[in-house]
Design a protein around this ligand. Sequence first.
Ligand code: AP5
Length: 213
Amino acid sequence: MILLGPPGAGKGTQAQRLIETRGMVQLSTGDMLRAAVKAGTPVGCEARAIMERGELVPDSIVSGLIDEALAKTPCATGIIFDGYPRTLAQAESLDALLTAHGRHLDRVIELAVDEDALVDRITGRFSCARCGAGYHDRNKRPRVEGVCDVCGSTEFRRRPDDTEETVRTRMAEYRAKTAPILPVYEARGLVARVDGMAPIEEVEREIAALLPA
Ligand code: AP5
């Protein structure tokens, strides 16, 4: 399945829930690119500045990452595409890659959200530097201030592209390049729309109701 929605819509949050409840695998091109930047690979070096500006990394790079990840994912495991595809060209590549890897697309879930609220969601977001658990300045603080609920680490980090200016660019990219892929999947009867402004647990329930038991 694909989780589709603008930055901060809750794709990563819901993917995490699906991993826990259904044993699915999350293929997040954002996470893959951040790992490449951290490791200083050629892909990471090319992507770093583009990501910091909030623009899209070239299609060939992200589709290459997805191809590699698909090759490593056991065929019986369900996959959540998070942040991919993001352009019409990527949607075409995904079709070809799924066929090549003997898979098919069951669902595209669009998280419908109010963009202004998203700026607050994203600029308040931070995560544990050790285990990656996600938090928010106002909505989800650690139970003990300064200590990760999950692993006890006291180090946290913020993404360099989570500034208001970059978030606005990322949203403009979404409107211009990603939203146009929705009609393609709508024409194939794959799209279900979920209210991404509802509380996290409610969004989770709505998504669960759309997937096979
Ligand atoms: P990527 O990492 O994919 O970022 P994004 O799409 O901008 O999405 P985010 O991770 O910011 O948001 P999310 O929807 O996952 O929200 P989250 O669950 O964290 O991409 C980053 C960059 O990489 C791109 O700008 C681009 O440069 C590059 N890139 C990546 N993929 C690419 C591709 N395919 N092609 C080209 N370039 C690519 O939630 C956000 C916050 O809100 C959290 O604090 C969370 O706790 C909170 N929250 C979530 N749901 C709710 C809710 N229902 N109610 C209240 N709070 C909520």
